[in-house]
Design a protein around this ligand. Sequence first.
Ligand code: ADP
Ligand code: MG
Length: 200
Amino acid sequence: MLDADFFRRWMAATAASVDREAERLTALDSAIGDADHGSNLQRGFAAVAAALEKESPDTPGGVLALAGRQLISTVGGASGPLYGTLLRRTGKALGDAAEVSEAQLAEALGTGVEAVRTLGGASPGDKTMIDALVPAVEALGEGFGAARSAAEAGAEATVPLQARKGRASYLGERSIGHQDPGATSSALLIAALDEAASGS
Ligand code: ADP
Ligand code: MG
């Protein structure tokens, strides 16, 4: 079973990897966006980590709801409301249970990803974070390692796609040949789940 501590470790591991990879995320966003994705998420997850230390929610749903609220209020770009919605809706789906199973997390994350699709209007193949999140949720039934691999493969598979949502879509065919920054950061989020589970 996964308790609030596990979810705090997940958010802390995400903050650490976003910090490590911020330059790469911004470089990807400079190719097909406005070069702020790394700094956006760095600011957002730093706020998440700080808020979790201060408030220390005692349920999985409470941890994700607080994290989502921080992302919405601190990240200016498109990705803030989208990631904020992902975590808030996933948290809401987990309710106020003190511990949740991996299967419950998989289902809740599916609900969160659906909410991102509704908010942003993106479908798989549109070259967005959805291209990493949907395969991750599908693979989550086979474990965190499988979800991580699926998210990483999904992010890499955005390279040949033409962007149909967000800022990158303004480039039309010129968006082809670059990995989507949001799909790349979503793969970090899912990898952090695996790190939180394995303690690595
Ligand atoms: P902005 O585009 O406002 O500068 P960011 O650079 O932080 O915001 O985030 C860009 C990422 O957000 C994209 O790489 C893409 O993955 C994701 N994104 C943008 N628009 C959408 C959308 N409508 N649906 C899903 N994801 C989106
Ligand atoms: Mg940007």
